[in-house]
Ligand binder design. Structure first.
Ligand code: UD1
Length: 418
């Protein structure tokens, strides 16, 4: 097991290069199963979720080669439709493979997916969508088993705009016979990125980014080189960190409009923010002012993936805040850990009631999930004294070179194996 040892109190100065979005790269890697030729994905983040997805592709018989920050995938040799249970349980996004694998082999078998323990995270919408395309689904001994003679386009209305279900249906529909329309589709930028990737290899998809997506089935998909969009959550995490620690940080290589909900909040908190094309510069030298309330919502609302980091920020604002988590029911697991660091937070149902304190103080805390773990790191960096953040494997799922990037900005953080 590994942990971070952090000596808090340093201000952050400098520029941080943002990685490609984890939540784009994972479905795009799943989509490569559908390509009939070699695909190269550029600027891939060095994170364990991606490594696990690449391992699953290799188990399916795809040839995968890392070339620096790129991965080349040749799926022409794929010959297996069973996703190994140990890997599927490590990685929730393995469920995206269902749509791609069923399209490729007309059969798929996968163990119920894992990932962060942030609530129930059902897959009913994924399965209902696949059934509408003609897939027969059964469940046995913790496995989802899918079969079909032929995939046929259909109209699918999602009960809620699930990111994963939208992506899975897109993947199953791309080579289906006829037209598929997804209504109440998720509008996250990563969905549009998946559309752009699929269209680059020959798909016919329109509407991603809006609530209605149209997929006209095609027979063949080709190869390409593709650069996924920047990671708005990684960028948001560094900006929140800069606001909490003070200093001046440039998030470099991002699409600022993709995190405008956060930028608005940070401006209300009193940070000075300048946007210059693909760079956001955040400067803060003062005690932050609290915002009254923040609610997580599907895009373009405030992202649930920044909720924990932003709650940590609210803890050291001057005043009270209420943070409401509308997407995942147990996404406040990090709160008792923040309390060990001196935060004054009470969670009732889906709301965290925060009274700002002057500073976090050093403590030993446990990272129970990816974004909650990142929030603890930011609290430790902004606090006074020494902290240890234990079990950082969750953080490694989503942040590549996290401590290197933080150290470059002036943070005192080291990784230790215990
Ligand atoms: C994706 C992101 C995750 C992010 C989340 C919400 C990836 C790899 N992960 O997760 O980082 O936190 O979007 O922005 O892209 N739901 C159902 N039934 C389903 C599917 C979802 O009820 O079949 C519900 C969920 O319980 C949740 C809501 O829909 O309340 C949103 O979940 P969803 O958008 O599917 O999240 P993920 O795709 O799992």
């Amino acid at each position: 097991m590994e942990k971070y040892i952090i000596n808090g109190g340093n201000k952050l100065y400098g520029s941080v290069k943002i990685q490609s979005a984890k939540n784009s790269v994972l479905p795009i890697l799943a989509a490569t199963v559908l390509a009939d030729e070699k695909v190269e994905i550029l600027n891939v983040p060095q994170i364990s979720d991606v490594k696990n997805m690449v391992k699953i592709l290799a188990c399916l018989g795809c040839r995968t080669v890392y070339d620096g920050d790129s991965i080349v995938i040749d799926s022409s040799s794929a010959d297996c439709y069973e996703i190994p249970s140990a890997l599927a349980r490590e990685l929730r996004s393995s469920v995206f493979l269902l749509g791609a694998v069923i399209s490729r082999f007309h059969s798929a078998k996968i163990a119920y997916p894992g990932g962060c323990d942030i609530g129930l995270r059902p897959v009913d919408l994924h399965l209902t969508g696949l059934k509408r395309l003609g897939v027969q689904i059964s469940e046995k001994n913790g496995y989802i088993i899918c079969k079909c003679d032929k995939l046929r386009g259909n109209e699918i209305m999602l009960d809620c705009p699930s990111v994963g279900a939208t992506e899975n249906i897109m993947l199953a529909a791309v080579k289906a016979e006829g037209t598929t329309i997804i209504k109440n589709a998720a509008r996250e930028p990563e969905i549009e990125d998946l559309q752009n990737f699929l269209n680059k290899i020959g798909a016919k998809i329109t509407g991603a980014g809006s609530g209605t997506i149209r997929i006209d089935g095609v027979k063949k998909l080709y190869g390409c080189e593709y650069l996924p969009i920047p990671d708005r959550i990684e960028a948001g995490t560094f900006l929140i960190g800069a606001a909490m620690c003070g200093g001046e940080v440039v998030a470099d290589g991002i699409y600022p409009e993709n995190i405008s909900s956060l930028i608005h909040k940070l401006t209300e908190n009193g940070c000075k923010i300048n946007i210059n094309n693909d760079k956001i510069v955040l400067e803060n030298h003062k005690i932050l002012t609290s915002v009254k309330s923040v609610e997580t919502r599907p895009y373009p609302g405030f992202p649930t993936d920044l909720q924990a980091q932003y709650t940590a920020l609210c803890c050291i604002c001057n005043g009270h805040s209420i943070i409401t988590e509308n997407l995942f029911e147990t996404r406040f697991k990090y709160v008792p850990e923040l309390r060990k660091m001196g935060a004054d937070v009470t969670v009732i149902d889906r709301n965290a009631f925060v009274r700002g304190v002057e500073k976090f103080k050093g403590a030993t805390v446990v990272a129970y999930d990816l974004r909650g773990g990142a929030a603890l790191v930011l609290a430790a960096l902004a606090g006074e004294g020494n902290s240890e953040v234990i079990d950082i494997s969750h953080i490694d799922r989503g942040y590549g070179s996290f401590e290197y990037k933080l150290r470059k900005l002036g943070a005192d953080i080291v990784r230790v194996t215990v």
